[in-house]
Design a protein around this ligand. Sequence first.
Ligand SMILES: Cc1ncc(COP(=O)(O)O)c(C=O)c1O
Length: 375
Amino acid sequence: MTIPFQRLAADADPGVRRAVGRVLASGRFVLGPEVEAFERAFAASIGVAHAVGVASGTDAITLALAAAGIGPGDRVLTAAFSTGYTAIGIRHAGATPVFADVEPGSLCLDAGAAARALEEQEVRAIVPVHIFGGAGAGWGALLEIADRHRVPVIEDACQAHGARASGRALGSFGKAAAFSFYPTKNLGALGDAGLVATADEGLAARVRSLRSGAQGKRHHHLAPGWNSRLDEIQAAVLRERLPALPEGNRRRAALALRYRELLAGLPLRFVTPGPAVEGSSHLFVIRTAPRDALRAHLEAAGIDALVHYPAALTEQPAFSDAAVAGGTCPEAEAAAREVLSLPLHPGLAEREVERVAASVRAFFARGRPTEPVSE
Ligand SMILES: Cc1ncc(COP(=O)(O)O)c(C=O)c1O
């Protein structure tokens, strides 16, 4: 019996069937009442006044930056460890990314590295990444540094649905936040979907305009804008699924805790969301030096483990012209060699977690390389 990384089939989900049926009957397929209702529900769920649905998380980053006045010639500071789409989102706004290193424990942007970058570079915005649904030990310090330098924070909350820091929702701290509802996310659609969350009414209005070609009157474009409309089927599905998000996250957290108990004492480290952070447990990520051998061992045992992400942003050819704060990001680059995501989703059975953990234990028991991971 294999253990897949996730189980995403939705044919038997009554909420999905209800949602799709509603939209099919309505004859409204793009930016209609389902989008408006989902925007209101999602904004309320994280405690912000405005949410604007867009076509993807990448677009949410781009449009939030553009609506905050960031464009060509501007530099935007972000974490050197993330999916390439964070930097692509910055690029599509016309800006140039500046990468700074991450904390080794959470893999979130390191506040000290960010502070040094702000001294060294002229930066117009910071995009901290809530990687794996965490915020890091230095989250409070990072917000203070941004404030001191008067640089707006646009949170990349694409993996942080339902996560909280000091009791407050991630995605509600910055000037704006970008969410993705890619199907694998804790709150996932049946295709691509994203959203910009913000307390700023003017910024929300600008994103609303930019997502639809910056039209003033209908068919009169004031600027090129983007075509980044959210469709009704995705919004209806997300509306149906939103109420189950807290329970899904609790289940993920319980399974992650079980993994930690079962894997204690092995030559590996857990990536953690940071103190005072109730992460979304989007992924369960370990770090170990023999990562590739462990992954092959799990695969041979029928267990899907994935690498998020195999290269730091500093190592991606697409961003070779970006600035690197301090000239190098050793923590991000070391993490890219060591991270491994074990299966984790609300539908995973505890006995499956036990089987994965037993297989990881067997790998290390067989005299595989057990050199300690880099500190
Ligand atoms: C941290 C992060 N940023 C940005 C994105 C981009 O989102 P999307 O795939 O919806 O464009 C994703 C998801 O892929 C993500 O996980």
